[in-house]
Design a protein around this ligand. Sequence first.
Ligand code: ADE
Ligand code: ZN
Length: 354
Amino acid sequence: MDLASFARRIPKIELHLHLEGAVRPSTFVELARKNAVELPPFSEIDELYRYDNLPDFLKIYDLVSRSIRDADDFHRVTYEMLESCAASNARHVEFFLSAHAHLAQGVAYQTMLEGVLAAMADIETDKGITSRLIPAHSRELGPENGLEFLDMVLAHRSDEIIGIGLDYNEAPFPPAPFQPLFERAKQAGLHVTAHAGEGGPAANVRDSLEILGVERIDHGYHVVDDPALVAQCREAGTFFTCCPSTTEATTQWRDLSAPDHAIRQMLDAGLNVTIHSDDPPMFATDLANEYVLAASKLRMDAQMLKKCALDSIRASWLDESVKRAWLADWSTEIDGLMAELDAATAASHPELTS
Ligand code: ADE
Ligand code: ZN
């Protein structure tokens, strides 16, 4: 076994994935045709998923969202997304839903939930993978609309809906105005997370932590511009859900191998980085491939990948008893994989062990 296979085989938790960004290109085209959504011209399907900045990406993301209409469509995209996560050896997934993008097409929130929740139950039966849903508010719609969003989420609560997120174009929409939304969500017993420091400044990471009170930061890369904040996050043990492939399309850090890539700097500074896939087919990746890139380009070794997998348990919103059990079980399981990796390395490079 080599490090890439180790990276693929290690058990994982997906904590940063958007349902609508996880629609396979072939499914997107089929649903768009079924629901009469006009697509831009293309000759190869993969051309539909090309962009090199966040706003352009979000335009296609909205088009994908528009092509998901009835409960069967929501079931299909959720089932396929979780199936792909299971193929990457994910054991648990906490994923975002962009409800506003469907409400704008006249799709009822209940219709979304009907398909999504049924698919979550079906794939758990079929593949044993568990999942939880995080409706995310588009910051572009502002804080007032955010309170209506929360009313809707709270009116349709179920055990599978564990928290809220904040996403879409960060730079023009800083976190502070969303404080009342986050305060109410926490009071209602929901977990909270927010995208910050992806296209916006380090101050957005600080404000998301200090004003919104988030439990983890989605992306967070610009934290590296503020050494005092880096030190604070290291001491607090803040978890950053990082997405290597996304950085090459939406941020200023386009080369994952560069020594000054933000994620590399975050690792060097001792921050708790976990690895995720964000919008996997839309960035031509999957969760296992993100771990492989972490190994090959960010130069994370087996021990670092193990810490990352275990930190994703700690950063998750699983029950504390499940976390304790999984931490112990995964540690043993990953040590077994590491022993296989060491044995394979010794066999292929005897000079390294003599
Ligand atoms: N929605 C889907 N992917 C996103 C990203 N990378 N940043 C902000 N909003 C998103
Ligand atoms: Zn994201």
